[in-house]
Design a protein around this ligand. Structure first.
Ligand code: FES
Length: 117
């Protein structure tokens, strides 16, 4: 049995997800606030994480024990992930990481750091 019912890792320590490709830090903060407000801190854990080595597809997070990866998540998306997945148990399919269709695990970048697709 797990210590937590769901354990979420948000890429906030990588080079790109936290603040370049989106607002990974904001995603982490929003999820943390939602869990706290719902009184679920003893059942759902939101953690910072280092790079997932899937750079360019972020901001990214992963939910365990479901092993569901999300890509391109915004702080507003965090509300939907919280409601539907963390509370309801149903992954948010529109945000799910699809490595087969989203390109290489590390997308190339131009000189200014923007992702080149
Ligand atoms: S910086 Fe987030 S996956 Fe690499």
């Amino acid at each position: 049995m797990s210590v937590y019912e769901r354990h979420v890792f948000v890429c906030t320590r990588g080079e790109w997800c936290p603040a370049v490709d989106g607002d990974g830090l904001g995603v982490h903060a929003r999820l943390k606030a939602l869990v706290k407000a719902a009184g679920l801190a003893d059942r759902v854990r939101i953690n910072h994480s280092g790079c997932f080595s899937q750079c360019g597809n972020g901001p990214m997070l992963v939910v365990y024990p479901d092993a569901v990866w999300y890509a391109g998540v915004s702080p507003d998306d965090a509300d939907e992930i919280f409601e539907r997945h963390l509370l309801g148990g149903e992954p948010v399919e529109r945000l799910r990481y699809q490595p087969a269709t989203m390109g290489p695990h590390k997308l190339p970048r131009d000189e200014s750091g923007h992702v080149v697709r």
